[in-house]
Design a protein around this ligand. Structure first.
Ligand code: PLP
Length: 492
């Protein structure tokens, strides 16, 4: 017998406005932080006026006329506002009314930068823009004085086009570059670039003989989610030969970089990498170089950042006790942006799971009974599941057309799928979600800022989800940093 019969009938999209935002039932499931936030800041209230159909809100701020407006308040408020707006647009039959959308909280980027400066004050971060080249993030970090790690001529131009960023703040940190990109970096005044092989040295000697070179060495990446070692990094035994070759070509090598791999869960890896970097500083001395740059790369995680920072500080003290003439930089990506973006996706369809679905990868209790189809998938924001080895955790934003979601809702084992016609487009094979979820309801996903939008495609005609921006918890500081940058004529 088909399991279709166990599903309750389809319910029209009908998002109930919130009557009392401070009531105890005002929670998304399984309970997010909005309630706490509202109790702490009594002025912050969601926009509950259902007649407000414009996309602009009364307290929207425009600092950069070509960018979307900046909003105030907790990101969860904007998730709900976005959902209410979608339901109003659906009522007037607006095409794509229920489109998935991100809420970006710029405070999170600001706070991560403060955290970096507090824990590693002597290491200047160069944000790896590939992680999320969002225009507000680039402007905010530019205004806060960060540098940038770029991997292509396109990324270099994207950073320089903002204005106010001296090319010396950019590191061209791709060890294997197209010759034309090296020439284009030279024209743009970007001198600092990495290499890990002899061919690269010949290209650079031809295209940018005045470049400031950084040798990217191989680090142990076995403790990271995304390993880079099979593609980049010179093994230590090859470094003396590379440095001699650089000398022979009259090139200026100024220092050492490494990358322990993205998503590094064992911070002691940095100790070993810094030990190797020390060895390479000494190799440089043997060839006649006096290195002045130490680049500790990326891989930093939100969860264990303080531990990683302490490990790095200790290892630098051990291996680089005299650093008077050494400039220290890093290339964090994920650390800055991962928790700054949330995604709201609409359940566009629902089916009973076929009874005879392939079972090889799941035990019986994990077999889903319901399949939900949402309007962003692995060809869009959830490409992080394929490329960045992420697992995502959905929570319920609306249930049966209402924001009132009780924590005791009975759950059903479910699977969650993206909107395309590819069966690979699966977001979760098996997850517990309330059985009462309907087509038209919304799921939320946190930590969607790193390696998501940047690699999203429009496969099958599905657009990349829009971003709503809020300045969030430390909004005054964020606005001040952005406004000061804009006041100098930059970023406009
Ligand atoms: C991707 C990348 C980074 C950023 O890595 P995260 O793990 O996001 O911090 C830094 N440097 C280089 C060379 C990279 O390729």
């Amino acid at each position: 017998m088909s399991r279709l019969e166990i599903l309750s009938p389809h319910c029209p999209v009908d998002i109930l406005p919130i009557s009392d935002s401070r009531s105890g039932s005002y929670h998304s499931w399984p309970g997010k932080s909005l309630h706490e936030f509202l109790s702490k800041s009594p002025t912050a209230r969601p926009d509950v006026d259902p007649s407000f159909t414009d996309s602009r809100l009364p307290d929207d701020d425009i600092i950069f006329p070509n960018l979307p407006p900046l909003r105030n308040g907790h990101p969860d408020v904007h998730l709900r506002n976005g959902i209410m707006r979608a339901s109003r647009l659906a009522m007037i039959h607006e095409p794509d009314a229920e489109a998935a959308f991100f809420v970006a909280d710029l405070s999170q980027v600001y706070l991560q930068h403060q955290r970096w400066k507090r824990c590693l004050p002597d290491i200047t971060p160069h944000y790896a823009i590939k992680c999320n080249p969002d225009p507000y993030i680039l402007r905010l970090l530019a205004g806060l004085g960060a540098g940038f790690d770029c991997a292509s001529a396109g990324e270099i131009n994207q950073v320089l086009d903002i204005g106010g960023i001296d090319p010396s703040r950019i590191s061209f940190a791709n060890p294997c570059k197209a010759a034309s990109f090296i020439r284009s970096a030279a024209r743009s005044g970007v001198d600092q670039m990495t290499f890990d092989n002899a061919d690269e040295l010949h290209k650079i000697a031809r295209m940018h003989p005045k470049a400031k070179l950084v040798v990217r060495i191989l680090a142990d990446d076995s403790k990271s989610i995304c390993r880079f070692g099979i593609k980049f990094g010179a093994p230590l035994e090859t470094v003396p030969g590379l440095l001699s070759k650089a000398k022979e070509l009259n090139l200026d090598v100024i220092g050492v970089s490494f990358h322990v791999g993205s998503g590094c869960f064992d911070p002691t890896t940095y100790t070993d990498a810094l030990r190797r970097a020390r060895a390479v500083f000494d190799m440089g001395k043997n060839v006649g170089y006096h290195f002045s740059l130490l680049d500790v790369g990326g891989g930093f995680e939100d969860a264990n950042f303080e531990t990683a920072a302490a490990v790095i500080r200790d290892a630098i003290d051990v291996y680089f006790p005299d650093r008077r003439n050494i400039r220290m930089i890093s290339e964090p990506g994920r650390f800055y942006v991962s928790n700054a973006f949330r995604l709201a996706a609409n359940i566009i369809a629902r089916r009973a799971a076929p009874v005879d679905a392939p079972t090889e990868f799941l035990v019986k209790e994990d077999q889903p009974t319901v399949m939900y189809y949402i309007n962003d998938g692995v060809y869009g924001a959830f490409n992080c599941i394929l490329f960045d080895h992420q697992t995502v955790n959905p929570y319920v934003l609306s249930l049966n057309g209402s924001f009132h979601v009780s924590a005791s809702e009975p759950v059903a084992v479910s699977s969650v799928w993206g909107p395309t016609c590819d069966s690979m487009d699966c977001i979760l094979k098996s997850v517990a979600l309330p059985g009462a979820l309907q087509t038209g309801d919304w799921l939320g996903f946190d930590n969607m800022g790193a390696y998501t939008i940047c690699a999203a495609s429009q496969f099958n005609g599905f657009e990349i989800s829009n971003v709503i921006y809020t300045t969030g918890e430390v909004g005054a500081e964020v606005r001040q940093a952005l406004a000061a940058f804009a006041a100098k004529g930059y970023g406009l």
